[in-house]
Design a protein around this ligand. Structure first.
Ligand SMILES: C[S@@+](CC[C@H](N)C(=O)[O-])C[C@H]1O[C@@H](n2cnc3c(N)ncnc32)[C@H](O)[C@@H]1O
Length: 213
């Protein structure tokens, strides 16, 4: 398994220094091992996960500015773990409410010795919770409170919740093409930019919505 991961990583990130490539390889080895018994990542297809999830997370990691980040609903650690590996100077909180994910993320933090990572078991919607970072990250955040909402209402709900935390000045959302259909009002209210992630591997592009609060 590790060989296939290493070969694909080398194809996708030929320029990546070996120390960082090794950390990503070790992370993916743990991720796919845990995925065999629990649903921890979007697919068990290693090549797909590297070319889509890890590649897109690496583009996000290059684009973001700021020193501290909370990855809300981090699940198996995407994009937060990749951000932390590629940017050891940035502090990353991986937040999830589910014990399985928290246990997995604690193991990743410890095995990879990621000193810039904090793992936090927390319900994002808890009224007493406030985010303790400059930036909030979302990727595939799903919760029954927002499951039936359209994309724009979902976004407004998440931003309204984030805004209760005074420390947050920027929100990044790694998402799909629905971001292009958002109203002009949303783009204006949130001083929002949608950055296209041009994929060398897939025809469909994802986007990073950058929101300024
Ligand atoms: C579809 S997964 C996405 C995981 C990861 N970000 C990714 O893209 O692979 C959604 C995650 O959000 C978490 N989640 C849902 N509601 C939450 C809440 N209220 N507070 C914290 N985490 C939550 C779930 O436990 C799950 O891990």
């Amino acid at each position: 398994m590790a060989d296939k991961i290493a070969v694909t990583l080398n194809e996708v990130f030929p320029e990546l220094p070996s120390a960082k490539a090794n950390l990503i390889k070790n992370y993916l080895t743990l991720l796919f091992k845990w995925h065999e018994t629990g649903n921890i990542v979007s697919s068990s297809d290693q090549e797909y996960v590297i070319k889509r999830e890890i590649y897109d997370s690496s583009i996000l990691s290059k684009l973001v500015t700021g020193t501290s980040f909370t990855d809300i609903g981090s699940g198996g650690g995407l994009p937060g773990i990749i951000l932390a590996i590629l940017n050891p100077d940035k502090d990353v909180i991986l937040l999830d409410r589910k014990t399985t994910f928290i246990n997995f993320l604690e193991i990743v933090k410890s095995e990879l010795d990621l000193t810039n990572v904090i793992v936090k078991k927390q319900d994002f919607f808890d009224v007493k919770y406030t985010i303790d970072s400059e930036c909030a990250l979302f990727k595939n955040f799903s919760n029954k409170k927002i499951a039936k909402m359209g994309f724009e209402n979902k976004l407004n709900y998440l931003i309204k919740t984030v805004k209760k935390s005074k420390s947050v000045s920027k929100v990044y959302i790694l998402t799909g093409s629905p971001v292009l259909q958002l109203s002009k009002q949303v783009y204006e209210d949130y001083k929002m930019n949608a950055h296209k992630i041009t994929s060398p591997f897939f025809d469909t592009s994802r986007y990073i919505a950058e929101i300024h609060l």
